[in-house]
Write a protein that binds this ligand. Structure first.
Ligand code: HEM
Length: 135
């Protein structure tokens, strides 16, 4: 499976879970876990979907192993971070180390994504450069 397909599929599953979470908060009038809902939706839906669009626009990256690793790390760390934040906001201090470690992993994974963005040179740009006459 391409990195973009993985991103899109995980993103829609996460937003369905996030929306159900939001509905439950609304129905029960208990908004205490709101930060976890927000992180699940923003890291799990918005960010993953954006990764998917980027990878889809860069087919050479999309089929590579590193992009898929980046997406899998993001999926796993987002789920763990969401659980950690939910635990903290429901009064369980055990959630703190979970949230700290997973948030650092999310950050490291964003650095990995940034390195892919900076390292990647689209084939057409390389071709254009090589055909330009030297000044
Ligand atoms: C069925 C869909 C959704 C429902 C029912 C829902 C419900 C809620 C509720 C009840 C709150 C707590 C508000 C408060 O306590 O002030 C909340 C907060 C929040 N939600 Fe959702 N939500 C939904 C979808 C989404 C989506 C798709 C996103 C992001 C893409 C999102 C992002 C947020 C954010 C960032 C907050 C925190 C807002 C703040 O800090 O005041 N939600 N949502």
């Amino acid at each position: 499976m391409k990195a973009s397909d993985l991103s899109f599929r995980a993103a829609v599953l996460m937003v369905i879970a996030g929306m159900i979470w939001g509905l439950v908060m609304g129905i029960t009038q208990d908004h205490s876990t709101m930060p976890a809902h927000a992180h699940l939706n923003l890291l799990g839906w918005v960010s993953l979907f954006l990764f998917g669009i980027y990878y889809h626009l860069h087919p050479a990256l999309d089929v590579g192993r590193l992009a898929k690793v980046q997406v899998w790390i993001w999926i796993t760390a987002t789920v763990v971070l969401t659980i950690g934040i939910a635990l903290i906001h429901s009064g369980r201090s055990a959630g703190a180390p979970v949230a700290i470690v997973s948030s650092l992993i999310v950050l490291a994974d964003m650095v990995l994504f940034a390195s892919l963005v900076f390292r990647f040179t689209p084939a057409e740009v390389t071709a254009r450069r090589s055909t330009q006459p030297a000044e």
